[in-house]
Write a protein that binds this ligand. Structure first.
Ligand code: TYD
Length: 139
């Protein structure tokens, strides 16, 4: 499965808040080479608009509300990350957009590879060609 919503393990301690955690190759299906986060974004902003050829990512939103739009080339779906301890795995070959539904929402991402612009597909027609070329690998 190229997309999956994961419930992030959370410990609640009386009067002192909550602690949420996930572990690479245990709770998410890859080793983490990079972590980045997007912040300081106004309400209504749309980011993303690309897919990756090989990268796996785990998206979570520790504060705020962000809609993630997903498209595998034949089916579209969406997930709202809203500060609750849940995250979304996005695998390769998934076109994704993120829409900020609350100002200053923070999107955190754990990624399987270092940043590599060559891994991006930023043109939707190229994405559809990529999906068609790779479809037999996923059967
Ligand atoms: P991009 O992935 O296009 O952002 P988004 O999908 O959220 O719209 O990245 C924006 C810019 O930041 C782009 O110039 C590449 C750079 N960047 C890095 O240098 N390292 C990183 O780890 C990431 C994710 C982006």
């Amino acid at each position: 499965m190229q997309n999956e919503v994961i419930s992030i393990k959370t410990i609640t301690t009386e009067n002192s808040g909550k602690l949420s955690f996930f572990e690479a190759e245990r709770n998410i299906p890859f080793a983490i080479k990079r972590v980045y986060y997007i912040h300081g974004v106004a309400n209504g902003v749309r980011r993303g608009g690309h897919a990756h050829k090989e990268l796996w990512q785990f998206l979570f939103c520790p504060y705020g509300k962000i809609r993630i739009l997903l498209d595998d080339g034949s089916e579209k779906s969406e997930v709202v990350l809203d500060g609750l301890p849940k995250g979304l795995i996005v695998g390769p070959g998934i076109w994704h957009d993120m829409i900020w539904l609350k100002e200053d929402s923070i999107l955190c991402v754990a990624a399987s590879e270092y940043y590599d612009e060559a891994d991006y597909i930023r043109d939707y027609d190229d994405f559809i060609k990529f999906v068609r070329a790779n479809i037999y690998d996923n059967l």
